[in-house]
Design a binder for this molecule. Structure first.
Ligand code: NDP
Ligand code: DXP
Ligand code: MN
Length: 429
């Protein structure tokens, strides 16, 4: 019997993850139905997506862009003038605005699967809303998990409710499925499962890293890096923040903590290895000495498709690797002197439940300042480090609350801005 169509809501539909998710869905119309879309401000693309998918709920954070969106939905489409079966007028589409729009869509659109493809910790409340609604959360927005930590774990209602879309974590989930590990089906601990309670054959998670555009560079060379150089990822076309984070290795730092939270493995048992080709998306080492690696082209289609269809695999999502061809895969250790972001995150994660919220918020401020020409490239991670050094958590006896996380973030953004303002930065155009 054919499985029923999954109703999907996509947060961040106009971004790199969102547009690729819509490609996957368009290729499998028998499996998915798009019920809701949300974006920040790109009204023209969002209007086209609404027409193409037939989504009846649409969210746009920017108020001015919301008026543009309504006008665009009232006008006939240039690319689909005769899309009679699709809702063609603003009257047939519910338009939500402001930052609450994504939260409402995540929690109230009736989706079976919510794909969180927003950028930044602004994705935290939508992540919580999706989990509390009972929907499956296909999680690309790693920041929400990393800053929310125990709060996100508390919101999980059933094992398998969180399906990682981040390529490394999709790979880990796939590899873990081949062994005995309670968290093998990519679930955060559910209610009453705060610690690993069953047998685990896993000894180590190995997260692969591209090394970014500055692999092999020393600290002196990194001082002169420009935003344009930082935005040239060796393998992936992604949004600006995650691409910059790949260049500083903050992306890998967030991913180590993401793996720790998703799979309930101590950070000391999560290794990183630089693999410039990124054909291996990550690996699991088992107690008997075996390593299971997941491989594929360095593209996001398969992790996104698995996020939407888990545990099923869709057909022909991407072309397989041609194993008849000669190829070379390299591996090298991460240079922690030049790129201290991962070590810094492991320390922060151990320090308190809100330290990673501070780490991420300081990084978000620093990345913005770097792109605005107000901070040097090495200044990004130095700002994170200096912000963490100033931080003393308020400390609470009970469970971590959303307000504590948001307060830690507010404090960190102000502290980071002050540090950035005080830094005597030599800006490179
Ligand atoms: N791109 C990739 O290959 C990978 C990305 N990820 C992670 O996925 C997430 C998304 O990355 P990526 O797609 O590259 O980022 P992009 O910058 O390309 O896209 C971000 C999306 O979020 C939307 N957005 C911004 N603010 C809001 C808001 N308030 N409400 C709803 N939507 C909003 C943007 O809309 P608008 O366009 O209108 O501004 C855009 O659609 C990040 O957490 C990233 O780390 C993880 C692995 C791989
Ligand atoms: C595709 C994906 O998942 C990105 O997070 C990617 O992994 C970035 O790679 P690096 O951070 O290793 O450069
Ligand atoms: Mn990744």
């Amino acid at each position: 019997m054919a499985s029923p169509k999954r109703r999907v809501a996509i947060l961040g539909s106009t971004g790199s993850i969102g547009t690729q998710a819509l490609q996957v869905i368009a290729a499998h119309p028998d499996r998915f139905e798009v019920v809701a879309l949300a974006a920040g401000s790109n009204a023209p693309m969002l209007a086209e997506q609404v027409r193409a998918t037939g989504a009846t709920i649409v969210g746009i954070a920017d108020a001015a862009a919301a008026s543009e969106l309504a006008a665009l939905l009232r006008a006939p489409s240039a690319s689909q003038p005769d899309s009679a079966s699709r809702p063609a007028s603003a009257d047939q589409v519910e338009i939500l605005t402001g930052v609450e729009a994504a939260v409402q869509i995540a929690g109230e659109s009736g989706a079976d699967v919510v794909l969180n493809g927003m950028t930044g910790s602004i994705g935290l409340r939508p992540t919580l809303a999706a989990l509390r609604s009972g929907a499956t959360l296909a999680l690309a927005n790693k920041e929400s998990l990393v800053v929310g930590g125990a709060l996100v774990a508390e919101a999980v209602q059933r094992p398998g409710q969180v399906v990682p879309v981040d390529s490394e974590h999709s790979a880990l989930a796939q590899a873990l499925s081949s062994g005995r590990h309670e968290r093998g089906l990519c679930s955060l601990p559910g209610p009453g499962q705060s610690a690993l309670s069953g047998a685990s054959e896993v000894s180590k998670l190995v997260v692969t890293a591209s090394g970014g555009p500055f692999r092999g560079w020393d600290a002196a060379a990194l001082a002169g890096v420009t935003p344009a150089q930082a935005l040239k990822h060796p393998n992936y076309a992604m949004g600006r923040v995650v691409t910059t984070n790949s260049a500083t290795m903050v992306n890998k730092a967030l991913e180590v903590i993401e793996a720790h939270l998703l799979f309930d493995i101590g950070v000391e048992d999560i290794a990183t290895v630089v693999h410039p080709q990124q054909w291996i998306h990550s690996m699991v080492q088992f107690a008997d000495g075996s390593t299971i690696a997941q491989a594929g082209h360095p593209r996001m289609l398969i992790p996104i498709a698995l996020g939407l269809s888990w545990p099923d695999r869709l057909s022909e999502v991407d072309v397989p690797i041609d194993w008849t061809q000669a190829m070379q895969w390299d591996f090298e250790p991460l240079d922690e002197q030049a790129f201290p972001a991962v070590a810094l995150a492991k320390q922060a994660c151990a320090a308190s439940p809100t330290h990673m919220a501070v780490y991420n918020a300081a990084n978000e401020q620093a990345v913005e300042a770097f792109h605005a020409g107000r901070l040097s490239f090495p200044g990004i991670v130095s700002t994170v480090e200096a912000t963490l050094a100033r931080y003393s958590p308020a400390g609470s006896a009970g469970e971590l609350s959303l307000e504590e996380v948001l307060e830690a973030e507010r404090w960190a953004r102000a502290a980071a801005d002050e540090l950035i303002g005080a830094a005597k930065v030599q800006v490179h155009a």
